[in-house]
Every structure is written in C-alpha cells, then in structure tokens.
Design a protein around this ligand. Structure first.
Ligand code: OAD
Length: 356
C-alpha cells in the first residue's frame, strides 16, 4: 500500500543534463520527429501517460507550486503551518474551513477540458493509450472522453464524498452547495457532526488499492509521456523511473521535472502542455482529429447551474482572510477576558496562601 506523505515531497532537482535544460519548443524538432516516427511506425503503441495540475491550468484551475500563480504561494496570507496542511488529513480533521474556502476554485464545476485533455482522449481513440495515471481530481480527462478503465485517479476525485468521522455517504446536491458557498458540510447522521470530505486522497491517507497493481503498467510502456507535473510528490513521481531503459520518456511541461532529460532517449518539450500537444498532433498529422474531438468534448460538457459564475482563487482566499480577521477580533477579546480571569484567580490564590 502507498501512502501520501507530504514529508516526502521531493525538492526540485538541480543538475539536470544540459540536453534537457537547453531545449525549448523551437529547438525540439529532431527529438519530436523521433517520437513521431516511433508512433507512426507502430513502435509505440502502449503509451503510458502521467499528468498533473499543469494540464488543467489552461482550463482555469491553478496548479500548486508555480511561483505566484500556484495555490501554495497564494495561501501565504492564511499562515497555515505549511502550505500542504490544507490537504493534510490531520489538519482537515480539526480545521476543514480552509479546504472548503478554496474548494470552489479547485472544483471543475462548469470548466471545460483543454486541448491537452482532448489529446489524451485522442490517444485512447487511436488505441495508443495503454494507461493514464493522473493526480488531478478534476475529472476533465473523463469529460474529454478518456475511457474510465484506462485511468487511475491516483488522488481520487470529486465525484463522491463521505463523513470524515463515521464514513456515512453525503448527498451530491448538498455537497455541491457546500462547494459553491465555501461552507463546511457536516454529517447528517444524528450525533455525529463530522466534517464531510470528498473522496480525494489527502496527505496522510492511502492511495487507491489499485495503484500497486496499475504501476506495473509502466513496465509495459513503449513510450511514456509526463505532462504538467513538478514530480515533487511520491509515489507518482517515481513512475517515470520505472520505465525500462531504452524506452523514450517525453516531458511536456513549463519547467524541468524529476530526472526527465537525464537518459539519452528522453525528450523534454519545455513550454505549455497545450502548445506541446498541438505541436505533436501537427507532426503526427492529427491536428484535425484533435480539434474535432476537443470541440465535441467542450460542447458535450453540460453546464450545471449550481456552478454558474465562477469564483477565482484570489476571491476565495480574500474572503477567508477577511473572515479570519473578524474571528481574530472575537478571539482577542476572549483572550483578554481569559487573561483577566486567570490573573484574578491567581491573585486570589496568592492571597489565600498555601493549602493546609
Ligand atoms: P505542481 O503544482 O506541483 O506542478 C505543476 C507543474 O506543471 C509545474 O512544473 C508547472 O511549471 C507546470 N505547469 C503549470 N501550468 C502549465 C501549463 N499550462 N503547461 C505546462 N506546464 C505547466 O502540481 P502536481 O505535480 O500535479 O496533492 O502536484 C502533485 C500533488 O501535489 C497534487 O496532486 C497535490 C499537491 O500537493 C495533494 O493535494 C494531496
């Protein structure tokens, strides 16, 4: 069994090979051609993909670790013990408010899949997608048409929820209301009052049991594509390391990640995922298929009026910070009252002298 442990987040790797660090989209032609040739010649027909938050930023969901725009930098005004605490099960068990305050900005609501999600669906449609591992909980790959049996949502998703304490299920409509309003939903069972939690994997919780089984799929890969992840959180960050030597690993990301680029056969396409997949699709002669599939997926995602009119992460955080300031005034008052009370008690105790 694999546990999500935020103490094990991996520092950004320094010392990548020059080959990886110097490549930008414009200078990648020969490497892209080698991947295209591999796919076209049928040498790559079991493609394993690993995706992270960076494939959904184009849809409007901020990632976690990008400086300034990522969630963790934006949480600074909340003065959490550490940024990942917001997704730690121990912290949630006593302070679920921050999680719900930002939930709306991380929930896919009425957001549409990006062209990168459509590219994943296209790989599946062409029978080239062997397996997809995603840490994203937004479900946009499914909205784009990737068959569920081809995906492992390694960190769960928003599709169901239960009481954190007694594990009772909780109705979808009430959960959607809680996400929309940012109010913590509490268990409906008499006498429980535990906070309800979506079935997403928090730090300190186990990954889905299938992870052990599914990670073997990586050994079967004849090409791996890693997109939109900083590869800083285990155990998914270890998956690219399982790819057999001699099998190309392609990184499509704004920045270098993990050890991708250190093997001779690695290809790093540095830039946005959407640009990267478009470039690959062009080189493969798939641009029209990709555009059609993307348009269909966008049109197929029906708007849910619960989520009409999105709220940005900045607005969510500002609301929470203002709420905290209000509470601080109350607790300052309480603090003074308690201090006075304790001082009085202490003085009375001193005045009485030691107990006989
Ligand atoms: P991170 O935020 O750590 O990494 C996102 C990566 O995507 C970064 O390397 C960005 O530079 C890159 N990126 C962002 N937008 C991009 C774009 N449009 N095109 C290309 N690259 C882009 O997110 P993850 O690696 O997914 O866990 O984070 C893994 C886990 O850490 C998450 O599942 C979450 C978090 O703590 C939990 O909450 C339990």
């Amino acid at each position: 069994m694999h546990w999500l442990d935020c103490q094990q987040t991996i520092p950004k790797l320094e010392g990548m090979s020059d080959q990886a660090s110097n490549h930008t989209m414009a200078s990648m032609e020969p490497e892209i051609q080698s991947i295209v040739h591999r796919i076209k010649s049928g040498k790559a027909k079991r493609i394993v993909v690993l995706t992270g938050a960076g494939i959904s930023t184009g849809a409007g969901i901020p990632d976690f670790r990008s400086p300034n725009t990522g969630l963790y930098d934006k949480l600074a005004p909340l003065r959490l013990p550490y940024p990942e605490a917001i997704f730690h099960i121990n912290y949630f068990s006593h302070t679920p408010e921050p999680f719900y305050a930002i939930a709306r900005a991380r929930h896919p609501g009425n957001l549409k899949p990006t062209v990168t999600h459509a590219f994943l669906a296209l790989l599946a449609k062409k029978n080239l997608l062997h397996f997809l591992f995603t840490r994203n909980i937004d479900g946009l790959e499914q909205d784009a048409g990737v068959p569920t049996e081809k995906v492992l949502w390694a960190h769960g998703n928003w599709k169901s929820q239960h009481c954190y304490k007694c594990k009772s299920p909780y109705p979808d409509d009430l959960m959607n209301k809680a996400i929309r309003t940012g109010e913590v939903p509490y268990c409906l069972e008499t006498g429980c009052r535990g906070a309800v939690k979506p079935n997403v994997v928090f730090f300190g919780q186990a990954l889905p049991a299938e992870f052990d089984e599914k990670e073997k799929e990586v050994l079967e890969a004849d090409l791996m594509i890693v997109m939109g992840t900083s590869l800083r959180v285990a155990p998914c960050s270890r998956l690219p390391g399982l790819v057999k030597k001699g099998i190309p690993r392609v990184l499509i990301n704004n920045e270098k990640a993990g050890d991708l680029g250190n093997r001779d056969e690695d290809v790093c396409i540095l830039g946005s995922c959407d640009d990267g997949v478009r470039q690959l699709a062009d080189a493969l002669g798939w641009r029209e298929d990709l555009t059609d599939l993307w348009n269909e997926a966008v049109a197929a995602k029906k708007d849910d009026e619960t989520f009409e009119g999105g709220t940005s992460l900045d607005e969510c955080i500002e609301k929470l910070v203002n709420g905290m300031k209000d509470k601080m005034k109350v607790s300052d008052g309480h603090k003074r009252m308690l201090e006075n009370h304790l001082n009085n008690k202490f003085e009375q105790m001193i005045a009485k002298g030691p107990a006989p």
